[in-house]
Design a protein around this ligand. Structure first.
Ligand code: MG
Length: 180
């Protein structure tokens, strides 16, 4: 199931995207989005008798993180090597504020403080409920779904700052979507 968040010109809604995808994951022109009642994260998937052509709606970030986005760094060996870093024994973790989240087609703000803005394509895991100390064998119980993130990074600021807050935290530095 592909759960999107969209606007058809009015208040944002959630919906299920129906239709075939091509080999690049792009929906065909007959694809539709069937609206849902409420936020499926809280009320489950309740279909409404309301449908739009996917081409006629604007897709928004499919989830609005209530608190933050947790990033994992240096887990791609080739990317770590590209930047001259070793792969650490434990994952390097950082946060992106929820204010960095935008929709899949929204513009990315290019801050004047950087002259080296880079994209990082990421698998994003959407956690469906408040949780902590989840044992690995129960991790899938708290996963709502998966989407795609762009971990936009000001590479020069990442190098010059001690930590990643500024380099990865600007507004619009976490496009999400198109759907979960
Ligand atoms: Mg990244």
């Amino acid at each position: 199931m592909r759960i999107a968040r969209f606007t058809a010109g009015e208040d944002p809604q959630y919906g299920v995207v129906a239709g075939d995808l091509d080999q690049y994951g792009q929906p065909d022109e007959d694809a539709v989005v069937v609206a849902l009642a409420g936020d499926p994260l809280y009320v489950g998937v309740k279909l409404l008798e309301q449908e739009h052509r996917l081409a006629d709606v604007r897709l928004l970030a499919p989830v609005l993180p209530r608190s933050k986005v947790v990033g994992i760094g240096r887990n791609y060996a080739a990317h770590a090597a590209e930047l001259g870093n070793d792969v650490p024994a434990e994952p390097l973790m950082f946060l992106k504020p929820n204010t960095s989240v935008v929709g899949p087609g929204d513009p990315i703000f290019y801050p004047p403080q950087t002259s080296n803005l880079q994209y990082e394509g990421e698998l994003a895991v959407v956690i469906g409920r408040i949780c902590r100390d989840v044992p690995p064998e129960q991790a899938t119980d708290v996963i709502h779904g998966y989407t795609i993130a762009n971990d936009v990074t000001a590479r020069d600021l990442q190098k010059s700052d001690v930590q990643f807050t500024r380099a990865k935290g600007f507004d619009s530095f976490c496009p999400l979507g198109p759907w979960i």
